[in-house]
Design a protein around this ligand. Structure first.
Ligand code: BG6
Length: 493
């Protein structure tokens, strides 16, 4: 049977993440039969809610799914609310009793998943109490799922990790990076290792540069307090972008398993060329949006420090010092209040060395127009999910001029509508004991070490903010970063 058996204990059960992502994802797993009779959920938080009120919250969180109300009610019956102060040992005793009761009632076989949907400064306390109050079971599995941010630099990440590993082994820790749950991020490996034409060319002899863009249209919204202490570099580059980069650049794993993939990702991340402080300014660009029409400047947003020097945009050039990638720049960028909401990866191949078409005397001509356009393989991650290849072909008709054309594949909307959302996939993986699409400690560690140098330099030098217009693709320095190398962003707004 595909049924998974477990007790979920969600710390932060009244929170935004639980309501927006976790409850709907658990419900989808229920609809698909991965969760049936043998599961229960304990939601905890400080508020004194009743089970009845909690069921109402669960039901409301599923409203947009338009599901059968009878099914929703049956699902909600598996949920129990327990008011809980994470620092109070007594409360864990109550939690333990409830866990044991539900374990017996639902036949949960001692399988436990602890979901820490809370601020990371509580992770240590929770983990420690789970151990000291014996809430971990000896007979089933014990897994902990944690949310970002995993530290705000290497030191704090290490401290957090030490606190968790005092209770859990690395293979019991599931660190969420929800980008790893996205269909097209998972597809990177299939595209690369499933196609000889790509893997044969996937190196510095054929690839000119690779661009990763995670563009957001919205501002900081309701997460202002967190974001203002973080900024785009920590919020998006340390985790999502470097994870994507590791998948794009790693060598072929021996087998397509969690262990083997982790080995290759760690090697890729270890090979990132560390920046020296004096190299930060020439390789990384930071930005913060100003006001434009109805859109407020970052510094005027609700709960943002009016003198904030936090980066709402970052673009960077990253080099990887290994045999495969030596000399190939990876340009990455992400930001709030940009032109549009999308994620894409552009793999820009080297141009044909000589253009024998289009110009009479190309060899004598240094003009850029004399070159053929490069092949570009674009992996569209969101909202379109597919791949696109730009290639040169002959213009229709007399004469012989060439023009770039596009081969285009996109998953049809019916297929993607049924495809699981990131959180649904990741919860399913955690139930299965498969942490392939979660981040492992060494990956986190190398990512922070790379990012820390940049952040430190920025913290020590005052930026000239604001420096970009909402609705643009960031400050002009981002374009100049590529122009210096004779490149340009493939996507321009
Ligand atoms: C989160 C960041 O990790 O990713 C947010 O903290 C960001 O700031 C979000 O908005 C973007 O995720 P997605 O799935 O909407 O691209």
């Amino acid at each position: 049977s595909k049924e998974k058996i477990a007790l979920f204990t969600i710390f932060g059960g009244t929170g935004d993440l639980a309501q927006r992502k976790l409850y709907p994802s658990l419900f989808k797993l229920y609809q698909k039969g991965y969760l049936q009779e043998h599961f229960a959920v304990i939601g905890t938080a400080r508020r004194p809610w009743t089970n009845e009120h909690y069921h109402g919250v669960i039901t409301d969180s599923l409203a947009s799914l338009n599901a059968d109300p009878a099914m929703v009610a049956k699902f909600a019956d598996h949920f129990y609310y327990q008011s809980h102060d994470v620092t109070d040992a007594q409360h864990y005793i109550t939690l333990k009793k409830l866990s044991e009761k539900l374990d017996a009632q639902y036949g949960l076989e001692g399988n436990r998943i602890f979901y820490l949907a809370m601020a990371p400064n509580f992770f240590g306390t929770i983990a420690q109490h789970l151990r000291s109050e014996n809430i971990l079971t000896p007979n089933g599995f014990n897994r902990v799922i944690i949310e970002k941010p995993f530290g705000h630099d290497f030191e704090s990440a290490k401290e957090l990790n030490d606190q968790l590993t005092a209770t859990f082994n690395e293979d019991q820790i599931y660190r969420i990076d929800h980008y790893l749950g996205k269909e097209m991020i998972q597809n990177i490996s299939a595209i690369r290792f499933g196609n000889n034409i790509w893997e044969s060319l996937w190196n510095n002899r054929y690839i000119s540069n690779i661009q990763v863009t995670l563009s957001e249209k919205l501002g900081v919204e309701e997460r202002a307090v967190y974001y203002d202490n973080s900024g785009a570099l920590r919020d998006m580059v340390q985790n999502h972008i470097l994870q994507i980069l590791s998948l794009l650049t790693m060598d072929q794993p021996v087998e397509f398993t969690e262990k083997d993939i982790d080995v290759e990702k760690v090697k890729a991340l270890r090979s990132l060329r560390p920046l020296k402080p004096e190299e930060v300014a020439t390789n990384f660009v930071r930005g913060q949006y100003g006001a434009d029409g109805d859109v407020q400047a970052y510094r005027n947003e609700d709960k943002i420090n009016p003198d904030s020097n936090t980066d709402s945009f970052v673009a960077g050039k990253i080099m990887i010092d290994n045999f495969r990638w030596s000399g190939v720049p990876f340009y990455v960028r992400t930001g709030k209040r940009l032109a549009d909401k999308f994620t894409r990866i552009d793999v820009v191949f080297k141009r044909p060395i000589v253009n024998i078409f289009n110009h009479d005397d190309v060899r004598a001509n240094d003009d850029a127009d004399a070159h053929l356009a490069p092949n570009v393989l674009t992996i569209n991650v969101e909202p379109t999910e597919g791949v696109e290849l730009q290639m040169n072909a002959k213009n229709v008709g007399q004469g012989f001029a060439t023009t770039p054309v596009k081969l285009n594949f996109a998953h049809d909307s019916a297929a993607t509508a049924n495809s699981p959302e990131a959180y649904e996939r990741l919860l399913h993986d955690a139930l299965n004991g498969d942490a392939t699409n979660f981040t492992h400690w060494k990956e986190v560690a190398y990512s922070w070490k790379f990012v820390d140098v940049i952040q430190k330099y920025w913290d020590e030098h005052t930026p000239d903010f604001p420096n970009y217009r909402p609705g643009s693709m960031g400050p002009t320095a981002s374009d100049e970063l590529l122009a210096k190398d004779g490149h340009e962003w493939v996507y321009k707004s």
